[in-house]
Design a protein around this ligand. Structure first.
Ligand code: NAD
Length: 478
């Protein structure tokens, strides 16, 4: 007879492994199936292995190289010639990844999660078939199944991946040397983060973006500022540039694209394709399980991540909503709780987004464009880091904080930060939104001086024309 579990999770990314640990913590007999890895499963999914973590390791290294060359002299530090050892940087990144993926394996052991190595497939009747790398097939049974198979890079016909020349985000995390000329298709989160890494290391980077608007999902004042600062840093961002074809010849990549002026050509040494990710559903679910897909090819779920098949859930990149690790993890925890009969839910209106460039962009809640579209009156407070002592002392005066609040109730609707440590600062705004705070709540809170957080305080004060360290455009109502 096949082994039976209370819960089998397919996929060990941030949605799957967090859900599996939570299930085990709640006393459920839990297994997690993962296909990646040579002898043992490589846990952690895209995020730990080829996504968030390795890209942040490279961003950190490359920015240190850039700072050492360009900024340390301003502090009176003379370094002499600075050189970059790309293999050493990659080795450091690989060690960080290994430490974290091994860490997930340790957590599985500590919590009693059974780790199963192979490709998982949901069959009818909540059975899970696992095919090992050597072709061996084992069947398991479960009371509940959580599908958490993640997403994969989208490939486009004009730019087929070509070893050593045209790569996806995974390939761009493993270049052996800094390319002199680098092209990137797509000015989304991945294109900007990876473009920044190689630009800091000395590549001339051209980013081709089909849309006319830069970062259309972000608050457009913030997006405009980001475009200005990234261009100043050296990224050549070409909007309205649709890639039509590529050709690898003579050790170069020739990219043909169209923009408002007509047909254009770009010649680079390497090309990164970063045009989005699609849910990994191929071969994941047998046709007779009752699980269905939505119009975007994601697994159909409700707000509680229940699929159309009772006892089968889906979480993370494989379902609707932003493809963000923290969103997937919270869905995993919610599903574990709900399997146990608890009334957990995820507040989808309160999920922070971050772009890890320098400066960072981070936001939560509605953009000004979204608020405007509701037709409800609103007010905005904006405060620049250039008026924050700590930012000036650190030499990071670029960017601002914007707080958008409802005109009548003063409830905070959105917070948008471009500037130093925005990824950390945004947590304060997430907490404020989660607690339904007004801008006055933030304005009445004491913030440490000197700190970057004061920009949030001042932006909240500015909502009603009360900022102290700048001239207020909006005047306080008497
Ligand atoms: P994306 O959808 O954010 O951006 C892709 C861009 O490519 C779009 O702007 C699109 O207009 C453009 N594009 C598509 N086809 C094109 C063509 N032929 N020519 C020129 N431009 C073209 O996708 P992504 O950056 O690949 O990221 C994928 C997912 O991963 C996103 O959901 C993202 O949120 C997530 N992610 C998040 C983080 C983070 O949170 N920091 C980091 C990496 C990835």
């Amino acid at each position: 007879m096949s082994e039976k579990f209370d819960v089998i999770v397919i996929g060990s990314g941030p949605a799957g492994y967090v859900g599996a640990i939570k299930c085990a913590q709640l006393g459920l007999k839990t297994a997690c199936v993962e296909m990646e890895g040579a002898d043992t499963p490589s846990l952690g999914g895209t995020c730990l292995n080829v996504g968030c973590i390795p890209s942040k390791a490279l961003l950190e290294s490359s920015h240190k190289f850039y700072e050492t060359q360009k900024d340390l002299i301003k502090h009176g530090i003379n370094t002499g010639e600075v050189t970059m050892d790309v293999p050493a940087m990659m080795g450091r990144k690989d060690n960080i990844v290994k430490g974290l993926t091994d860490g997930v394996a340790m957590l599985f052991k500590a919590n009693g999660v059974t780790s199963i190595h192979g490709r998982g497939k949901l069959l009818a009747g909540k059975k899970v078939q696992v095919t090992a790398a050597n072709g061996d097939v084992t069947e398991y049974e479960a009371e509940n199944v959580i599908l958490a198979a993640g997403s994969q890079s989208v490939e486009i016909p004009p730019a087929p991946l070509t070893e050593g020349f045209i790569v996806d985000s995974t390939g761009a995390l493993a270049f052996e040397a800094t390319p002199k000329r680098l092209g990137v298709i797509g000015a989304g989160v991945i294109g900007l983060e990876l473009g920044s890494v190689w630009n800091y290391l000395g590549s001339e980077v051209v980013i081709l973006e089909a849309q006319d608007r830069f970062l259309p999902m972000a608050d457009q004042r913030m997006a405009k500022e980001a475009n200005k600062l990234m261009s100043r840093q050296g990224l050549d961002i070409r909007l309205g540039a649709r890639v039509m074809g590529t050709e690898v010849k003579g050790g170069e990549v020739v990219v043909s694209y169209q923009d408002a002026a007509g047909d254009q050509e770009l010649v680079v040494d390497k090309l990164i394709v970063a045009v989005g990710r699609s849910p990994s559903t191929d071969g994941l679910v047998a046709p007779d399980t009752g699980v269905t897909l939505d119009e975007r090819g994601s697994i159909s779920v409700n707000d509680f991540c229940e699929t159309d098949a009772p006892g089968v859930y889906a979480v993370g990149d494989i379902v609707r909503g932003p493809m963000l690790a923290h969103k997937g993890s919270e869905e995993g925890i919610m599903v574990a709780e709900r399997i146990c009969g608890h009334k957990a839910q995820v507040n989808f209106d309160c999920i922070p987004s971050v772009i890890y460039t320098h400066p960072e962009l981070a936001w939560v809640g509605k953009t000004e464009e979204e608020v405007k579209a509701t037709g409800e009156p609103y007010k905005v407070g904006q405060f620049p880091f250039a008026a924050i002592g700590r930012a000036l002392a650190a030499g990071t005066p670029d960017g601002f904080v914007r707080v958008i609040a409802d005109e009548a109730t003063d409830r905070i609707l959105g917070v948008h930060i471009i500037g130093p440590q925005a990824s950390e600062l945004i947590a304060q705004a997430v907490i404020a939104l989660e607690f339904g705070s007004s801008s006055e709540d933030l304005a009445l809170t004491v913030f440490a001086h000197p700190s970057y957080s004061e920009a949030i305080h001042e932006a909240a004060l500015a909502v009603d024309g009360q900022a102290i360290h700048m001239a207020n455009k909006r005047k306080k109502k008497k």
